[in-house]
Design a protein around this ligand. Structure first.
Ligand SMILES: [Zn+2]
Length: 555
């Protein structure tokens, strides 16, 4: 027997993490930083908790609650909402509270990429919340007021009017006291792309509320990044932060789809295709492109989210070939990047929370978190961000996207895209992958239903109430059973990922084993007949790596 893809269980686990890895002393403020390898293990507050996570965890928790159909966790959700409604300042920007662990109070345009989607969600869920609508509108207008607008190109051979909006932020940080102080920067570089991650939120704002200022700002930022900044080459390859570039790609595909401007869709597709070329078939996506040698790269779960969300956008634009990536990425590396075992963690439950640090039950509370840096075969606990607050907020968005897309109405036919166990008003889907090559649909009412056929469904046959039919879909009456059967015997494929040649054991769309096997928290231990290999507390070192900067993130 092998482990099955179970997105609902994954949603339960991340719901557990978000609702437990927060601080009741500060109205359930999240803890971004978790050090499971420190002895004793701890979670600590830092500025990002309030500046970014209150937004991304609001979105993440809401996604998990929607999947689970529960109101459990609403107390934490309302706490996050209260945090979100604080700390607003000049130009409609959201800053952060001055906590003991906060240094300079500032807003960054990258962080607005997390705040705006959460505000969009609040205005969508609570249409009577006038304060939220006001803040969201002011954030959009404030950001628009802060951009440099390039109007004339003063070239050596003459002056040329720019015929499209081109907007660029003057810096990546805006100080609460001091505004644009050009002696300050985040030091992350790549301001063009990092400042543009609010694009998807801006386009969503336009979609939800018809906000033309949001659309104008989205266009201007997109044009700047795609053209003037020279961030991408002619093939849309780039060098730098994959999460930012892919998040931007999600935004421009959505922009192109809503405005019917194909050039944006094509550019976004090309960015996706480039990052896909650096990724594995099972969804290991590097955190950076061409920055480190590839053998030093790790997979940040945020990047898998971006690939899944962008695939969803591209599918909506008619590129059906991206269904396969979405399915494979979700059920393999996304799921493996979630923490389900913590027996190697040393806890000290006698220590009280103090100075923004919490110790109690870290081993239990960390279950369901997502890693900020996996290798294809392991999560390296000694690495900075072995479990990352940002990924905990973004992963549930990917899970919900996949869950919502599991069965879609394709030209009047309810079509299975993502095999798993799911029940809708019309139909019950049961998947037996990877144990058997079989997906069964039982109609709960009269409907047309069928299966999306993938290359890995070898020698498939479709049965209606036990009788073979020569179509992949059929009209069903209540209690009719439509089944797809295919050859799922294990296939070993060689794939070079992170500079290492792996032997990947596939059963249908699921990776069930991977060699060489990894150290520390070993991944893809999906053969349930084999004993699990887990690290002990002695295997786990603490090297003080928490302070490593982004360019020092080795193992
Ligand atoms: Zn992340």
């Amino acid at each position: 027997m092998y482990e099955k893809f179970d997105p609902i269980n994954s949603a339960k686990l991340v719901h557990h993490y978000i609702t437990n890895m927060c601080d009741p002393a500060y109205d359930n403020l999240p803890y971004w930083l978790l050090l499971p390898n420190k002895k004793p293990a701890e979670a600590a507050h830092c500025r990002v908790d309030d500046a970014e996570l209150v937004g991304s965890w609001y979105e993440g928790l809401t996604s998990a609650m929607c999947m689970l159909g529960t109101t459990d966790g609403d107390d934490v959700k309302q706490s996050l909402r209260r945090h979100l409604m604080k700390s607003w300042g000049k130009h409609g920007l959201r800053f952060c509270e001055k906590y003991p662990w906060t240094h300079t109070v500032h807003a960054s345009f990258h962080e607005m990429g997390y705040i705006l989607p959460a505000m969009n969600l609040i205005t969508e869920e609570y249409p009577d919340d006038e304060e939220a609508e006001k803040r969201t509108s002011e954030l959009v207008r404030g950001m628009r007021s802060l951009v440099i607008e390039r109007k004339v190109c003063t070239f050596w051979s003459g002056d040329y009017d720019e015929d499209e909006p081109i907007y660029e932020f003057p810096n990546d940080v805006y100080l609460k006291d001091g505004g644009f102080d050009l002696t300050r920067h985040t030091g992350r570089g790549e301001q063009a792309i990092r400042n543009a991650v609010s694009l998807q939120g801006l386009v969503r704002r336009y979609e939800l509320k018809g906000d033309e200022v949001a659309l104008d700002l989205a266009r201007g930022l997109a044009n700047y990044v795609l053209d003037t900044s020279k961030y991408f080459n002619y093939k849309m390859e780039f060098f730098g932060h994959v999460h930012s570039a892919m998040w931007f790609a999600c935004g421009i595909v959505k922009l192109g789809r809503l405005t019917d401007e194909k050039r944006y869709i094509e550019k976004g597709k090309a960015i996706y295709d480039y990052v896909r070329s650096l990724s594995s078939d099972f969804g290991w996506v590097p955190e950076y492109a061409q920055w480190h040698p590839v053998e030093e790269e790790h997979c940040e779960t945020c990047c898998i989210r971006d690939m899944i969300v962008c695939a969803d956008e591209l599918i909506k634009c008619g590129y059906k070939e991206y269904w396969n990536d979405m399915n494979l990425f979700a059920r393999n590396q996304l799921i493996e990047n979630q923490v389900r075992y913590s027996g190697y963690v040393e806890c000290d439950n006698s220590r009280p929370d103090s100075d923004g640090i919490t110790y109690h039950d870290i081993d239990k509370r960390m279950i369901g978190g997502f890693t900020g840096g996996s290798e294809p075969n392991s999560i390296s606990l000694t690495r900075f961000r072995s479990i990352a607050g940002c990924c905990v907020g973004t992963a549930p968005v990917a899970l919900k996207t996949v869950w919502d897309d599991a069965i879609t109405d394709d030209d009047g036919i309810l079509t299975v895209n993502i095999p798993c166990d799911k029940e809708t008003d019309e139909i019950k889907m049961e998947s037996f992958i990877p144990n058997e090559g079989r997906i069964r649909l039982t109609a709960k009412k009269s409907c047309a239903a069928g299966f999306r056929i993938y290359d890995w469904m070898r020698d498939y046959t479709v049965y209606l109430n036990g009788k073979e039919i020569n179509k992949t879909s059929a009209q069903l009456n209540k209690d009719d059973v439509l089944e797809l059967k295919f050859d799922i015997s294990t296939v070993e494929k060689k794939e070079t990922v992170r500079g290492i040649e792996f032997t990947v054991c596939w059963r249908g769309c699921d990776v069930v084993d991977l060699t060489p096997k990894g150290a520390h928290v070993r991944l893809y231990q999906r053969d349930l007949s084999k004993p699990k290999y887990y690290p002990t507390p002695d295997d786990v070192d603490y090297t003080g790596a928490a302070n490593y900067g982004p360019t020092q993130q080795k193992k």
